[in-house]
Write a protein that binds this ligand. Structure first.
Ligand code: PXG
Length: 296
């Protein structure tokens, strides 16, 4: 074991990163059968931790994984993992898989879920994106339908997003935007999406297949408090092209402007005033201890 190796929580035990392994029979690995959360801690406070844990339990319930302890104990486990790793600013990945079974997909063979908490330093290189905005494409890979691998449930099935991301990489742009099967705008690969048109802020409803993003709801709250009208309604690709401003929201991305979509300049082709205002208010909020759970 290397000195100062990160410690990973696996089923109540702490393992150094180099020894943190799970079974190849784990159905999270074999079938993407599980749920997860991505969470951030800022200056010693875990932003919206309770909301993330609530969503984790809700996702697990939707796919009939029974987490064998209460939400409060999961919150303690996250805090404990951060303390053990002496982290105050961190990215936290929480995974609950169906657990170890046999090679068949029948979940009845999995006697208990596997629970993993990874905490790490955040390495973000998004200064340029925040200052200038991202270039995006609309992906030909449609969002998963709402009846199975829907992103309304934060499951381990991300192939849909990964294929869209590969397409963005091939097009040499920063990000992909996913449409649903009806052709309406859904979300980014791991971000929700918003437009600003004539001062009105619009985001697609989760019935398009988008995740109920925690950053999305924080940003809606900020915008309303600032007096903006926020509407959840269907957005078409043309609405995106013609918007004054477009931005993404997500735990890792925070609030990030989009400057270009399929080579069409959005608004003035640089971060718009409402996006910049929301970015500023969001960054004021994240380290507020009242908005999260303190580590110490
Ligand atoms: N949509 C999808 C499909 C997501 O996976 C979001 C929206 C934003 O949600 P929150 O609650 O974070 O505001 C996500 C976020 C990462 C990462 O490290 C993030 C996500 C998934 C995988 C990686 O950036 N989920």
């Amino acid at each position: 074991m290397e000195q100062n190796e990160p410690l990973i929580y696996i089923d109540g035990e702490y393992c150094p990163k180099s020894e943190a392994k799970i079974s190849v029979y784990d159905h999270g690995f074999l079938y993407g059968d599980g749920v997860f959360e991505g969470i951030r801690a800022y200056s010693g406070s875990v932003f919206k931790l309770r909301e993330h844990i609530k969503r984790l339990y809700a996702s697990a319930r939707a796919i009939m994984i029974n987490i064998p302890f209460a939400e409060e104990k999961m919150i303690e486990a996250v805090i404990d993992t951060l303390k053990k790793n002496r982290l105050v600013d961190a990215y936290i990945r929480l995974i609950v898989s169906r657990g170890v079974g046999d090679l068949g997909l029948d979940p009845r063979k999995c006697s208990k879920p596997t629970i993993i908490i990874i905490t790490d330093r955040i390495s973000l290189h998004q200064g340029k994106a925040k200052n200038e905005g991202l270039a995006a494409i609309i992906s030909w890979v449609k969002r998963d339908p709402v009846d199975a691998t829907t992103h309304e449930v934060k499951s381990l099935n991300y192939l849909n997003s990964i294929l869209a991301k590969i397409e963005a990489n091939s097009a040499n742009v920063d990000e992909a935007i996913c449409l649903n099967k009806q052709g309406f705008v859904c979300e980014g690969v791991a971000e929700n999406i918003f437009t600003v048109t004539d001062g009105v802020i619009i985001t697609p409803p989760t019935s398009t297949g988008a995740l109920r993003g925690i950053t999305r709801s924080v940003v809606i709250g900020i915008a309303k408090r600032l007096g903006f009208t926020v509407i959840k309604k269907e957005i078409t690709p043309a609405d995106l092209f013609l918007a004054d401003e477009v931005f993404f929201t997500g735990t890792a991305a925070e609030v990030v402007p989009v400057k270009e979509i399929n080579k069409r300049k959005i608004g003035a082709g640089k971060p718009g005033p409402i996006t910049r205002r929301l970015m500023e208010e969001y960054s004021n909020l994240v380290s507020d201890p009242n908005e999260g759970v303190p580590i110490h």
